[in-house]
Design a protein around this ligand. Sequence first.
Ligand code: SAH
Length: 249
Amino acid sequence: MTGACAHPAYRRIRVVLVGTTHPGNIGAAARAMKTMCLDRLSLVAPLRFPDPEATARASGAADLLERAEVVPRLDEALADCRLVVATSARARSLRWPEWDPRWAARRLVEAAAAGPVALVFGRERTGLSNAELERCHALVRIPANPRFSSLNLAAAVQLMAWEIHAAAEELLWGERYEDPDPPASAEALEHLFVHLERTLVDIGFLDPGNPRQLMRRLRRLCLRCRPSQREVEILRGILAAVEERQRRP
Ligand code: SAH
């Protein structure tokens, strides 16, 4: 180690709290993060923030709250992220890739070599919606008592932050850490999905009146293989060529 909290991943792993209801949980999450060297906090449409209760619960981590990014929509918190991992207390019917906490932490630290990455936490009562989960590469469920599996939000943040800390301290880094062919950002993938959907409608493959699960399946495919920025550009190029062909008489 070259110094406390020196790993570059600590500044590239963003903890995203979606729709948090209790400001105390935001403060406690900031404290949990700081104990494990994480310091990038994004808040998507928090019910009450800033709030004295958040500051009180943060104790010595009020600096994280002051620097926290507050945005109205999840997409804005994820736009530049190369890997997005969601957390969920429940197994979902969505059939999305599921990673265990340790594996997810390693993947996040590794992927942070290419740029920002995100770990997303849901609302206290209802967690994350399916539409929000579909923006993520994988889900993490902290294995717990099957009859009482929902951790307090800040406790879940603490546990994941510890795994990230352990992974960062263990993984090699230095010159070899930077990634020369970074994976596509969340924003680039969203543009790809919009383009793909438009082209599929255009060529008559996707019936907008009866879309079934097609776009969800294609999303899952693309997110699973984590294409690089360059690969997404190739796919966009192919779609543009198809559109061009369609336009010709
Ligand atoms: N009823 C909600 C519980 C939300 S708890 C649900 O089923 O999702 C608030 C947030 O804490 C969750 O959205 C998730 O981000 C995190 N969390 C709580 N327990 C967790 C667990 N066992 N594994 C992973 N994340 C958990």
